[in-house]
Ligand binder design. Structure first.
Ligand SMILES: *Cc1c(COP(=O)(O)O)cnc(C)c1O
Length: 371
């Protein structure tokens, strides 16, 4: 027994595309355009086409994509500092950082314990006269959007902002994540389902005014050189990363299908009563950025897996309201977020590192676990 089941090896992920990436890199070096230019604008066109939105704007990373959306909504008078944004209590910290960075107030709503996504039946009671938006997070690759959320947003005139960092290629019916709400943030952090070779991100939207504002805001608040309409930021997408993303984009649907095939092996074969496998939703295309199970006595379980060669990870060990930077929210009673943080374990699911047979073996190892 000395086989190793690697959780993630990014070198292996990109080795599949090495020739294409090197060609793309050479194209940028030889082209001599190192900020903006054709690689960025072609990437934006391709992303908008893929997502099915009128606009896509390349930016520096996923957090900046979210920050820019809220900053531009404030600039446009859609919301003001002090207003409230509904957020899931169990998301990655970046979702919340984007809200508080703009002086907006996060209002935490608990997720469903079996899908890990915001429970839309809890939305309405969280709304006050100050609520201006719902930041929905497609956590682990499962779309978080339904009729209840859409109806509430319409009735209370709320923006739906999607955190689509983990769900590139996910969909509900024919609608892809990134095209479900009013605006969406993408991250292309190297570990994401579409990963750059460094930091990168994007915003998608059908709102032309918002798109124009974001294009300016990411570039010092300027659309025309030396003419600044906003006190903006420097949050541009590097052309070298745009070129990397363009090279990899055509393969993400296949990669996501492989992730789904691995997930189905786990779903079908894991039958240990000590382990809770995740639920998905009928008609939703989950792209399994992570495959996340729950188990009591997690440290013991992880040690058992490690002893059998299976690497795992925790997404995430500490919920935002328990972070030192958010002491102001530490009094909140969010038992589902706490439970999830204490019990989740992410299994290997990256296609470059985990084959179907590996997944079957991992399921067998999990089924042999007892306390
Ligand atoms: C990765 C991630 C982000 C942040 O993206 P970066 O590109 O790392 O800034 C935001 N939200 C979620 C849910 C993420 O997983």
């Amino acid at each position: 027994m000395n086989k190793k089941y690697t959780f993630l090896n990014l070198g292996k992920v990109n080795a599949r595309y090495a020739h294409l990436l090197k060609d793309a890199c050479n194209r940028v070096i030889d082209g001599g355009q190192y900020i903006g230019g054709e690689e960025v604008s072609l990437f934006e066109k391709e992303l908008a086409t893929y997502t099915g939105t009128r606009h896509a704007i390349g930016v520096s990373n996923g957090l900046d994509a979210l920050r820019l959306i809220f900053r531009c909504y404030i600039q446009q008078g859609v919301m003001s500092p002090g207003d409230e944004v509904i957020v899931p209590s169990n998301t990655y910290i970046a979702s919340i950082l984007a809200v508080t960075d703009n002086g907006l107030k996060p209002v935490f709503v608990e997720p469903d314990l079996t899908t890990y996504n915001l429970d839309s039946s809890l939305l309405e009671r969280a709304i006050t006269q100050h609520t201006k938006a719902i930041l929905t997070v497609h956590l682990y690759g499962l779309p978080c959007y339904d009729k209840i959320m859409a109806d509430i947003a319409r009735r209370y005139n709320l923006k739906i902002v999607e955190d689509n960092a983990q769900a590139y290629g996910a969909s509900i019916g024919n609608a892809l994540t990134g095209a479900l709400g009013d605006a969406a943030a993408f991250s292309f952090y190297p570990t994401k389902n579409l990963g750059a070779l460094g930091d990168a991100g994007a915003v998608t939207t059908n709102d032309t005014d918002l798109a124009e504002a974001i294009k300016a805001m990411r570039n010092y608040g300027s659309l025309r050189q030396y003419h600044n309409i906003y006190s903006g930021l420097n949050c541009r997408l590097d052309p070298i990363q745009a070129a990397m993303l363009r090279a990899k984009m055509p393969f993400v649907d296949d990669e996501n299908n492989s992730r789904r095939a691995i997930a189905h092996v786990y779903d079908d074969l894991i039958n240990n009563p000590l382990v809770m496998t995740p639920n998905t939703k009928e008609g939703y295309r989950h792209v399994y950025h992570q495959y996340v199970i729950r188990v009591d006595n997690r440290d013991h379980f992880r040690q058992y897996l490690a002893d059998h060669g299976v690497e795992t990870a925790i997404h995430y060990p500490t919920p935002p309201h328990r972070q030192p930077c958010y002491m102001a929210y530490s009094h909140l009673n969010l038992p589902i977020a706490d439970c999830i943080a204490n019990e989740v374990v992410s299994l290997p699911i990256t296609p470059a590192c985990t084959g179907i047979d590996d997944a079957k073996e991992i399921a067998g190892i999990i089924n042999n676990y007892d306390r």
